[in-house]
Write a protein that binds this ligand. Structure first.
Ligand code: DP6
Length: 384
């Protein structure tokens, strides 16, 4: 019995940071994100269940991992407890093979896509119906949002058992088709400290986090939902940037501080504000997760122009041109003389500060792939 799923990454515009229960992964505030199209960034997972498998196997990006990972086991246990007890596959070993088409653990939401994909494939294998976001949450908090496409809210819930800590779709991807996402990859290496460790430390030491969770986020969630439903980009952009900045302020208010953004990240923030000021309105917004990479949310009408600004401010290394931009192609137009004069003092004379760019859209939730060619495993449970 073999199933393969693909699942998307999501980038929060109102961030999740801090848990009230580490084991159940229950957050201290609601969060809200856009699910990105699987065309540019996704996790693909194949699971084989077979009576002939001698042991459980877990492969991530070609490397064997321990199956004794508590988060993986929690997801499996939740799935098994919901399955029809008569299913034969409940007694069989599993071979799980998962691959990302983007850097793992570099602050690019790989755990979100990874656990959403795992749980989606397990649900197909064990014939689970209904909402599986609470199961994905047991793998990684942000993974529950990747169970749906479009714009998604993770409601923190109030039950101590976590059954109401679930994701809810706010609007489908088709609601705001003009929305674009540009990921500026500053660093694709593993992060210094994981979100899990960082947020634990913030909960223990940051008073600002407490204030954020109780006073700020509930109002921001409502304002953000309204901005999305009204397709009010100006408000959307402002709230997104403010929330990202506040999240990183909390990280600095943590003791010892968690420093995720670097000089290039701050130069990107500066570029966005300079551009918005020039335009007299917020045309581009940024959001940074637990790493230095930037996620820009913007409308399709400004993509070409902002790309000309990015290339001017962050000159790429010319030998990397071919794979410098992935996803939706962008017309490379020269920067206008007007913009050049605005940005001439901001040019970073460090060539190649951005490693590469990903241009994508808001997309749909996870899906099952049915062609045998899509499977990552052979029938013996080993990778193809
Ligand atoms: C900064 O979901 O990776 O990306 O629940 O411990 O696995 P765990 O953390 P994780 O944290 C994501 C934090 C964030 C913000 C967000 O995605 O909302």
């Amino acid at each position: 019995m073999m199933v393969t799923s693909v699942a998307p990454v999501n980038i929060a515009v109102i961030k999740y940071w801090g848990k009230r229960d580490e084991d159940l992964i229950l957050p201290i505030n609601d969060s809200l994100s856009g699910t990105l199209s699987v065309d540019a960034m996704c996790t693909k997972t194949t699971i084989l269940a077979s009576s002939t498998l001698k042991e459980n196997i877990f492969l991530l990006n070609g490397k064997k991992q321990s199956f004794e990972n508590p988060r993986l086991l929690n997801c499996l246990q939740e799935i098994r407890s919901r399955a029809n007890p008569g299913l034969p596959q409940l007694n069989w070993n599993l071979s799980i093979c998962s691959e990302n088409n983007f850097p793992t653990a570099a602050g690019l939401a790989s755990s979100a896509a990874g656990y959403a994909c795992l749980v989606h494939a397990l649900a197909a294998l064990f014939q689970i119906e209904g909402d599986i976001s609470a199961i994905a949450r047991r793998g990684s908090g942000s993974a529950c949002r990747s169970i749906f496409g479009g714009w998604v809210q993770w409601c923190m819930g109030s039950s101590p058992t976590g059954e109401d800590s679930i994701a809810r779709p706010i609007a489908p991807a088709s609601h705001w088709p003009e929305m674009r996402v540009l990921i500026l990859v500053v660093d694709d290496q593993k992060k210094k400290y994981s979100s899990t460790t960082g947020m634990q430390r913030s909960v223990e030491t940051s008073k600002l986090l407490e204030y954020r969770a109780t006073e700020i986020v509930p109002k921001k969630i409502e304002a953000m939902k309204e901005a999305i439903l009204m397709k009010d980009f100006e408000s959307f952009a402002r709230i997104t940037m403010e929330d990202s900045n506040q999240f990183h302020a909390v990280c600095l208010d943590t003791f010892p501080p968690c420093v995720y953004m670097n000089d290039t990240s701050h130069a990107i923030v500066n570029m966005v504000h300079t551009y918005n000021k020039f335009k007299n309105s917020s045309k581009v917004s940024y959001a940074f997760d637990a790493g230095p990479n930037a996620c820009l949310y913007l409308l399709d009408s400004v993509v070409d122009e902002i790309f000309s600004v990015i290339n001017y401010v962050f000159p790429p290394v010319t030998s990397h041109q071919a794979d410098y931009i992935t996803g939706i192609p962008i017309t490379r137009e020269p920067i206008s003389e007007e913009l050049k004069s605005v940005f001439e003092h901001n040019v970073l004379d460090k060539y190649g500060a951005l490693r590469y760019l990903i241009h994508t859209t808001i997309g749909d939730g996870p899906k099952t792939l049915n062609s045998p060619d899509d499977h990552l495993l052979n029938l013996n449970g080993l990778p193809k």
